[in-house]
Design a protein around this ligand. Structure first.
Ligand code: CTP
Ligand code: CA
Length: 233
């Protein structure tokens, strides 16, 4: 077992955590979105507050009460999430991208509700790719010494295992830490148990954790604290 951690090892650290899932509007009543609940981001926020951090949650469509002592900035779309995270990141020691960010958005948002047409058949929705907020943060380095953390839910497939996909993603994103978890078979979504591997930007394993989202959050902050100590010498 690792040595016991000092109580407030994130004291005086400013952290921003994105949580939930972004939604991209099609018309005034419809959107493209995902099933992310925000529970992992909330667990990260609670754990960081308990360890002394100043915490801001950028929350995309999360239906949970604000954790005690945390400032919550609500957003809906990826563009809003990106702007809010970057504004907060300018003064943050740590940025954690726990949100499920929509990869694509409809090119146009109809001002009026889209109607079925008698003869036209189903519409085709043209999509544009969203900016990769995490890769941008890792590349731009809005603040020196900042630790940038991403999350990746992966399934194994013919192209490789969960870890193969995680390693490739870690290298592609350039984040200091990428928390990889296996999903599918009922794992990973909602307030249920999960298993993660934490990789560095080279794709090398720096930690593993299993259990509740609170236990995963603890392991993530342990890895972040180690990385903060490295970057500040
Ligand atoms: N992410 C992001 N901006 C995007 C997409 C993802 O910041 N446009 C972040 C997520 O918040 C997460 C990490 O990148 O921290 C990994 O997300 P994931 O969806 O696994 O990565 P993608 O690059 O979108 O790859 P995939 O094709 O597997 O969806
Ligand atoms: Ca994605």
């Amino acid at each position: 077992h690792p040595a016991a951690r000092p109580h407030a090892d994130l004291a005086d650290r400013r952290v921003v955590i994105s949580a939930g899932g972004t939604r991209e509007p099609l018309d005034p009543v419809r959107f493209l979105g995902n099933r992310s609940t925000g529970h992992q981001g909330w667990a990260l926020a609670r754990a960081a507050v308990a360890r002394g951090a100043d915490v801001t949650l950028v929350a995309a469509n999360v239906d949970l009460p604000a954790p005690d002592g945390v400032r919550v900035v609500p957003v809906e779309t990826t563009a809003q999430l990106r702007a809010a995270v970057r504004a907060e990141a300018a003064a943050a020691d740590v940025v954690v991208m726990a949100a499920a960010v929509a990869d694509f958005r409809p090119v146009t948002r109809s001002d009026a509700k889209i109607k079925k047409s008698a003869d036209g058949g189903p519409p085709t929705i043209e999509l544009a790719e969203n900016p990769d907020v995490l890769a941008e943060l890792a590349h731009d380095r809005l603040r020196t010494g900042q630790v940038v953390v991403g999350f990746a839910a992966e399934t194994g497939d013919a192209g490789g295992s969960v870890l193969d996909h995680g390693r490739a993603k870690a290298k592609r994103k350039g984040a200091d830490l990428l928390v990889v978890n296996a999903v599918g078979d009922g794992r990973g979504f909602g307030p249920v148990g999960t298993e993660v591997v934490v990789l560095d930007a080279a794709g090398d394993e720096v930690a593993t954790a299993a259990g509740t989202k609170d236990q995963v959050a603890g392991a993530v902050w342990d890895a972040v604290v180690d990385r903060l100590a490295d970057v500040s010498g």
